[in-house]
Design a protein around this ligand. Sequence first.
Ligand SMILES: Cc1ncc(COP(=O)(O)O)c(C=O)c1O
Length: 395
Amino acid sequence: MTNKSKHHFETRAIHVGNHSNIRTGSVSPAIHLTSTYEQDGLGRDRGFDYSRAINPTRQRLESNIATLEEGKHAISFSSGMAAITALFQTLKQCDHIIVSRNVYGGTYRVFDQVLSNHGLTFDFVDTRDLNSIESSIRPETKILFLETPTNPLLEISDISAISSICKEHNIIVAVDNTFMSPYGQRPISLGADIVMHSGTKHIGGHSDIISGLLITSNKSLADQLYFIQKAAGAVPSPFDCWLLLRSTKTLSLRVQQSAENAKEIAEWLTNQPIVTEVIYPGLESHPQHKLAKMQQLTPNGDVIYGSLISIRLKDEKARDQFIEKINIFTFAESLGGVESLVCVPYDMTHGSVPDDMKIKMGITPTLIRLSIGIENVNDLKRDLKFALQELIVSE
Ligand SMILES: Cc1ncc(COP(=O)(O)O)c(C=O)c1O
C-alpha cells in the first residue's frame, strides 16, 4: 500500500507501520524482541545498534501514532508519566510552566514533588479563561501544558485560541490528549506544538499495557525528545509496542462506540433524581458544550464528546453503596478500555493532590468518575439503574 498519508484515519491506523513481512509474507509483522544487533564491522551497523536507542517494532509504532495525531514525529515511552517527564527534561532551571488546574493527579504530583525540586516553576491556572493564561505568562514561561477535557471534571479549554496566544509569546503548547485519543481530537491540527498520551488508556484500549507517547511536527523538539528517550531510557518494550500497534487498528471503532454509549448514559443519568449532578461535554448543561462541539471532532468531522462521565451523589454513604452494588462496571483506576470502570477521583486518581485544592476545584469525595466501555449500553444502564435504585430504597 503506497501514499498512506492520503488515506483516511481508519485506513492509516491499520496500515501505517504494519507492512507484511517481505520474506514470509506474514500479515502481522514480527516483533523484534532483541536488546542488541549484530554489526558488520566497527562503525558498520545496519541502522540498529542497541534497543534503548532504536528498535524496529518501536519505530513502526511511532510512525503509526504520528500519522494518527497528524504530526511528523512520535516518541514512545514506558508510561504516560515517563512521556511527561521527558517533555520537561527539555527545560532548564528557572523555566516556568503554566498548567491546566485540574490535570490528572499523577501529573500534578510529578510537577509538584519531582520537577519543582529541579528548578522548574509551575502555575496551575484555569485554562478555560484566556485572561488568566495571559496574566500568568512571564518572560521565563516556556511551556503551557493543557489537559482538555480535564480529569475528572471534564473542563474544556480552547486549544486553537490558546495556541494563538502562546505563539505570540514563543511558548510551546503541549496537550494531554489522553481523554479524547487522536480519533476524538487532534491538537496539532488546532495549532498545538506537541501532544501527549497515556497510551495506557484509549490507545492501548484493553487495560493491559502501560505506555506513553509524545507527538510533534517540530523537528528540533522531536530531536531533543529522541535524545532524552535514548539518554534517560524510559523506553517501552518491543512487545508493548506490538500490542499498541494491534490496538490502534481498532481505535476508531472502540472510541466511537464508547462515546455513543457514554452520550446515551449521560442523558439517561440526568433523569435519575438520586444523581445530583452529571458532568458530560455532550450535555447542553455543560459550560463548554459549544466549544466541545467545535473542537472535539472525529477525523470524519463528526462531533464526539468522549467516554468519560462524572457524577455526584448526595453523600459518602450513597457513594459507598453505589460502588458496592455496581456490578458490570469494575471499581478501578484508569479509563479508555473496552470495559467500563468506575472510580472515586478524590481518593484514587487525585489522591496526591492536596485536599483543599481538590475541594476548591470541585473534586469532592462524592464525585464519581465513570469510564464507559463498549459493552451493550442497555446492560450498562441496567447495572447503573440497579445500583442507583438500591440508594433510593435505602433512603
Ligand atoms: C489524563 C492522564 N494523563 C496522564 C496519565 C499518566 O499516564 P500513565 O498512567 O500511563 O503513566 C494519566 C493516567 O491516568 C491520565 O489519566
